[in-house]
Design a protein around this ligand. Structure first.
Ligand code: IMP
Length: 183
């Protein structure tokens, strides 16, 4: 564990078990279909990599990059598409793969934008949720873990670009968040 972490909230073994469960649910629900897993960059990358290997179906992947946060830890409420999908999702079964739903602003914007393209279905799979911070209601069909109102890093989630490669999900020491140090 990096010395920058105050505590581990979700150890890697628990994440791996949960991802396998979620993969099995997706496999069951999309049987006979060829879902398109849409990963939200960059936090969703690690989750997508594990989830797609737990899905026992032909599936495709695509990526979107959306800005909601700067280098700090609170939502700006400003959402911009930095990179759009390569695929035409009209008539496709689309599953958004996200790292964490915090205020819900990002996903609220994103689901509206994607629904306008007339997919056959659109669902959300998020590894984490912070329900206490929600500003808009989001229907997350596949959910990993609830986390308290603390800024978490690891398994794809970053602070100022760092810590995405940690296998566990944890909370940084307050002095690290103040000073912006790297693992
Ligand atoms: P929302 O629009 O407030 O729901 O924010 C969603 C995005 O904010 C996530 O996809 C993350 O990139 C980022 N985010 C929210 N909370 C955290 C956190 O605790 N750690 C790291 N990133 C976070």
């Amino acid at each position: 564990m990096t010395p920058d972490l105050e505590k581990v909230l979700i150890p890697s073994e628990d994440i791996q078990l949960k991802v396998r469960e979620l993969g099995a649910e997706v496999t069951r629900d999309y049987a006979g279909e060829r879902p398109l897993l849409v990963c939200i960059l960059r936090g969703g990358v690690v989750f997508l990599g594990d989830l797609m290997r737990a899905v026992d179906l032909p599936c495709e992947i695509d990526f979107m990059d959306i800005s909601s946060y700067g280098a700090g830890t609170s939502s700006s409420g400003v959402v911009r598409i930095l990179k759009d999908l390569e695929e035409d999702i009209t008539g496709r079964h689309v599953l958004i793969v996200e790292d964490i739903v915090d205020t819900g602003l990002t996903l609220s914007y994103l689901t509206r934008a994607l629904l306008a393209r007339k997919p056959a279905s659109l669902e959300v799979c998020s590894l984490l949720t912070k329900p206490s911070r929600r500003k808009v209601e989001i229907n997350v069909k596949y959910l990993g873990f609830e986390v308290p109102d603390e800024f978490v890093v690891g398994y794809g989630l970053d602070y100022a670009g760092a810590y995405r490669n940690l296998p566990d999900i944890g909370v940084l020491k307050p002095e690290v968040i103040g000073g912006g140090a790297q693992a």
